[in-house]
Design a protein around this ligand. Structure first.
Ligand SMILES: *Cc1c(COP(=O)(O)O)cnc(C)c1O
Length: 360
């Protein structure tokens, strides 16, 4: 078996132990004589899988009891519409922080439903930093404040949770959820697509404070109403059963790793190793302000972009794959989510040093 170190931004690596477990259980889950893929979502076997996954996620993230956890479909992108559809209530506007490409997509979608106030925008400096709390021009009348704690493409991450007073804070945590402990009680809604740090694609997790349910207008499609899913245990229709099961295995794996405190320490160390090589070199560069550098998506450029192709080829020879940066940013991007072993980062660091010294 040849597993490569896959630095893809998403879908991304999953823990090998999780996939081995899924492989063992593939044809016969726990003596049921069925694959999880073949089970009725309302049967007792699947219900036990779904319930345990939620319980483990609640435990790992320390989710308070007054929050619902929803297992939905449509990825994070469906949430760009579901957030305004469900949270506007009788308000006319929402505040959005614009820190990059994913923020922009959320903003474009929200504009279909309300007037969007951009309360901070870092496009002037090419999305290479995050605004400070003092720079946020928040509106007390906003229905909510939306931000993207980690911009997956730019490799820019908030190093603080914005303070929004009584206005609910909404976070697209797709690429940073589960990377370290966070205080869920600071948020009205947290949502994330699954394919970065949760499990296979096909699932979106929404963590919503209960008092924010039930504000959607009558015309909101049932499938786009959080209350529909909250009232039906995310089984109003057939959920993404297999992805939900796999996410549950990942949550169990996280507990075995020591939970999010241990994960956070490991993730910080992994990121620091890469930024150290970049900063100690005249050959590699990363434009992001030090305090706003992502722990999950490390972007870097080579002094001569003409060498990008040979860098990628050399990396691939060493089993280090999918390092090409997003087409809008160029250069390289190493996505190092929870499932990327430290050995993968070490191998990349060694290759970067070697490649640089070969240019001298
Ligand atoms: C990947 C990503 C998305 C899009 O997720 P889909 O599940 O493909 O809709 C949205 N926001 C962020 C921050 C992402 O990283």
């Amino acid at each position: 078996m040849a597993r490569k170190f896959n630095f893809s931004a998403g879908p991304a690596m999953l823990p090998t132990a999780v996939m081995e477990r899924a492989q063992q259980e593939m044809l016969d889950w726990n003596g049921s004589g069925m694959s999880v893929m073949e089970m009725s979502h309302r049967g007792k076997e699947y219900m036990s899988i779904a319930t345990k996954a939620e319980k483990d996620l609640r435990e790992v993230m320390k989710i308070p009891d007054n929050y619902k956890v929803l297992f939905l479909q449509g990825g994070a992108s469906a949430q760009f519409a579901m957030v305004p559809l469900n949270l506007l209530g009788d308000k006319q506007s929402a505040d959005y922080i614009n820190t990059g490409i994913w923020s922009k997509k959320a903003i474009a979608e929200a504009k279909r439903y309300c007037s969007v106030n951009i309360v901070a925008d870092t496009s002037d400096n090419g999305f290479t930093t995050v605004p400070t709390q003092a720079e946020l021009k928040l509106n007390p009348d906003a229905a909510y404040v939306h931000y993207t704690p980690n911009e997956t493409i730019g490799g820019v991450e908030f190093d603080y949770i914005p303070e929004t007073g009584d206005v609910p804070l909404v976070a697209d945590m797709s690429s940073t959820i589960l990377s370290r402990p966070i205080d869920v009680s600071k948020f009205g809604v947290i949502y994330a697509g699954s394919q970065k740090n949760i499990g296979p694609a096909g699932l979106a997790i929404v963590i919503i404070r209960e008092d924010l349910l039930g504000k959607a207008s009558e015309s909101t499609p049932a499938m786009f109403n959080y209350k529909t899913h909250a009232d039906n245990g995310s089984m109003y229709n057939t959920p993404a059963t297999y992805s939900w099961y796999m996410a549950g295995l990942v949550f169990e794996w996280l507990k075995e790793q020591g939970g999010l405190t241990a994960m956070g320490a490991l993730n910080k160390r992994k990121a620091d190793k890469l930024y150290t090589v970049i900063d100690n070199s005249d050959f590699y560069a990363n434009p992001v302000s030090t305090h706003a550098r992502s722990w999950m998506n490390v972007t870097f450029t080579l002094a001569d972009p003409g060498l990008d192709t040979s860098f990628l080829a050399g990396a691939a020879e060493r089993e280090l794959i999918t390092l090409k940066g997003h087409r809008s940013v160029g250069g390289m991007r190493a996505s190092i989510y929870n499932a990327m072993p430290e050995a993968g980062v070490d191998a990349l660091v060694a290759f970067m040093r070697e490649f640089e010294s070969n240019q001298a």
